[in-house]
Design a protein around this ligand. Structure first.
Ligand code: ZN
Length: 211
């Protein structure tokens, strides 16, 4: 955040079965600028409905289906085109607002098998958006090459324990939407693939020697 004078936020309602993700946004937006001691301005938030994604075919993230590997080798939590759609809509808004930098949290290091989190996908989309809108967008993905332990460490570097605690208690990861089971690393069932990544990353981060 310190790299920019102002930031706008955008969220997407794509019929995800864990609407709790959307509820987390307001609390994070409220506290993040205070905790991270950012001098820039946090501008308007936008929530965009992409609920048609749900109608294109089921995914375990947009229905109550159990989470498992699909025949394609991808997890059945994969929502085809989701991240591409998110970034395309964000770019359309950025175009209207005169914004050049679009920041997303995609990560290839432990990307859970999602091809639209890969750097190659993001770079290709950036090229397509720039050609299609005659623009010079830069899609920034600061988490791309970080594992989850590095991501926790990044939060600590940016805002100390207060930011780590904000991430712990106010962000959501669990595929099952569990916000009642309290763990050292935050809320979640503790056994779905998303919880496992979050937990293992947090524990690795805490085991790190102080630098
Ligand atoms: Zn879980």
């Amino acid at each position: 955040m310190n790299r920019y004078q102002a930031a706008y936020t955008i969220g997407f309602d794509y019929g995800q079965r864990n609407a709790v993700e959307l509820e987390c946004r307001a609390r994070i937006r409220e506290r993040l600028p205070v905790i991270a001691e950012w001098n820039g301005a946090l501008e308007a938030d936008r929530l965009v409905a992409l609920d048609f994604l749900q109608g294109l075919g089921e995914s375990a993230l947009t229905s109550d289906r159990p989470i498992e590997a699909a025949g394609s080798g991808l997890p059945n939590t994969f929502v085809p085109g989701r991240n591409l759609m998110f970034l395309t809509v964000a770019a359309a808004l950025a175009y209207k607002l005169g914004i050049r930098h679009i920041v997303g949290g995609m990560c290839e290091t432990d990307y859970s098998g999602y091809p639209d989190c890969r750097d190659e996908s993001i770079r290709s989309l950036q090229a397509a958006l720039n050609a299609g809108m005659d623009s010079r967008f830069e899609i920034e993905t600061p988490l791309m090459w970080k594992n989850k332990a590095d991501t926790w460490a990044l939060a600590e570097n940016l805002g100390g324990d207060r930011l780590v605690d904000l991430v712990r208690w106010e962000t959501h990861t669990c595929y099952l939407g569990d916000r009642t089971t309290k763990n050292e690393w935050g809320w979640g069932c503790g056994s779905c693939p998303a919880c496992e990544l979050r937990r293992d990353g947090y524990l690795a981060f805490r085991r790190k020697p102080a630098s």
